[in-house]
Design a protein around this ligand. Structure first.
Ligand SMILES: Cc1cc2nc3c(=O)[nH]c(=O)nc-3n(C[C@H](O)[C@H](O)[C@H](O)COP(=O)(O)O)c2cc1C
Length: 459
């Protein structure tokens, strides 16, 4: 297993203030699109709160056989391997030098990789611009070629973690997937094991800024730590990454199409704050099976949270369709349902108990059958690539991860548990759902229910 944390050595490291304030707006309101506010008066306080609620360590687990502890973060990650790194460029933040930084979650600090004005942030026109990168080796040592997909999902989760934390603090965000990969790598001097995948700009009056003149940049750079003594190449990953690269001299732009807006009813209520919800969010290792069921109102609220609009240059249309395996939903006959694209309508595709099948399709993982509801997220790759070329492959997976992230938070806000599931038998899912080659491809699975206690966990 590679080192779980990337550090840049030989650079100034800056403390972020401890114990940032809790975003108090209910999580379900944030998911529904409401803006919060923040008391942060300066750059360090603002960044500390933003990162504490989007990327920081939030709990740990103990391995019973060895007694060893390992950390868990606000954002979930396949296998808890965390290939995503949060870099950010700032401009004009009060009490914080303009420059390029890398977030160090292990100590809630920022590594200062460069000072001055960076072209990328200037082009986007935001005072804070995040560049989310992925170190694919962190996943590939374990999941081999399939790791590329998980890295893309993780970016979708990290994007929403950031966008929703920003919203809870009164900021808008806009994600750009279309940029020149090599140019961004060059601007940020990323090591060749780290690939930029998404650029997220933040804007809003709650960001404490003063006007800032362009400054010449001073580069510290830093030496990235070596994550493993040696790595194994996965040619399929190299190929799919190369095929989805854009090599044109553009950086970021405005959305070419308006964000998709899908409305579901959101009848269930919860006053649980955004801050508490994101810090308490965990993946259930299993669910309590048996007779406890989920009300249709709560399911509808969870789906409403997932269906609220995304703000990105690839979100004009939704490429993901949800198929629901209803195991124990009050008022809903067990079966497989397809969710309507533009409403909360459920279309029954197959009736009968799905628990054994759902677990079987998810690589025999019982949690998919013990949950109250599990899902197949079906991606329309043909449609995405017809609009965006091969780059569309990435966007479909980002969207799936982003939907998964909202499902996690909505479930957590309602006192339920959830788990993203990347391991499933693709072709078996297609066969079971009677798909022809035009019906899309399964890209993610998900499960929601009553979590079984996890004794390894401590807050
Ligand atoms: C893309 C993705 C795929 C995942 N796949 C699985 C899976 O197949 N089975 C499982 O039990 N958990 C899965 N998880 C959950 C992770 O194991 C979990 O997020 C990680 O252990 C960290 O725990 P946390 O979510 O409580 O922070 C997945 C998570 C993500 C984001």
């Amino acid at each position: 297993m590679p080192e779980p944390f990337r550090h840049y050595e030989d650079v100034p490291v800056i403390d972020l203030p401890a114990d940032p304030p809790v975003p108090e707006l209910p999580a379900l309101d944030v998911l529904g699109g409401e803006m919060g506010s923040t008391p942060a008066q300066d750059g360090p306080a603002f960044l500390s709160e933003l990162l504490f609620y989007s990327a920081a360590i939030s709990a740990s687990k103990r391995v019973p056989s060895t007694g060893e502890r390992y950390s868990l973060r606000v954002n979930p990650s396949s296998g808890n391997l965390h290939p995503t790194e949060f870099h950010f460029i700032t401009r004009g933040l009060i009490g914080w030098a303009d420059g390029l930084y890398h977030y160090r979650p292990s100590s809630h600090m920022a590594e200062q990789r460069g000072l001055g004005t960076f072209e990328l942030a200037a082009a986007i026109g935001s005072p804070i611009v995040f560049i989310l990168t992925s170190i694919v080796w962190r996943e590939a040592w374990k999941y081999r070629s399939r790791a590329y997909r998980y890295c893309l999902h993780d970016i979708g989760h990290a994007w929403q973690a950031l966008a929703l934390a920003a919203r809870s603090m009164g900021c808008r965000s806009f994600a750009t997937g279309r940029f020149d990969d090599n140019q961004v790598t060059q601007i940020c001097h990323f090591h060749d094991d780290e690939w930029p995948l998404l650029v997220v700009g933040l804007a809003g009056d709650s960001i404490p800024v003063v006007p800032s003149e362009p400054k010449t940049s001073h580069w510290f750079g830093g030496r990235p730590n070596q994550l493993s003594p040696e790595t194994i190449a996965y040619p399929l990953i190299e190929r799919v990454h190369a095929a989805t690269k854009i090599l044109v001299p553009t950086v970021a732009g405005n959305p070419s199409v308006a964000p998709a807006e899908i409305r579901f009813a959101a009848p269930a209520q919860s006053s649980r704050t955004f801050g508490e919800t994101v810090r308490k969010r965990r993946s259930a290792v299993d669910f309590v099976g048996g007779s406890r069921s989920l009300s249709l109102a709560r399911l509808s609220t969870i789906l409403a949270g997932a269906a609220a609009p995304f703000f990105a240059d690839f979100s004009g249309e939704s490429f993901i369709r949800l198929y629901l395996y209803a195991h124990r939903i009050d008022g809903l006959e067990p079966g497989v349902y397809r969710l309507g694209k533009a409403s909360g309508e459920l279309e029954l595709m197959r009736s009968g108990d799905q628990r054994v099948v759902a677990a079987g399709l998810s690589l025999g993982q019982n949690l998919a059958g013990n949950a109250c509801a599990s899902f197949s997220l079906i991606g329309d790759l043909d449609h995405a690539t017809s609009i965006f070329g091969d780059r569309g492959y990435r966007y479909v997976h980002f969207e799936a991860g982003a939907i998964g992230h909202r499902l996690y938070l909505a479930a957590e806000a309602l006192g339920l548990g959830a788990t993203g599931i990347g391991a499933f038998f693709d072709d078996e899912v297609h066969r079971y759902l009677n798909f022809s080659s035009h019906d899309g491809q399964v890209v993610y699975h998900f499960a929601i229910g009553y979590p079984a206690p996890d004794l390894r966990l401590s807050a």
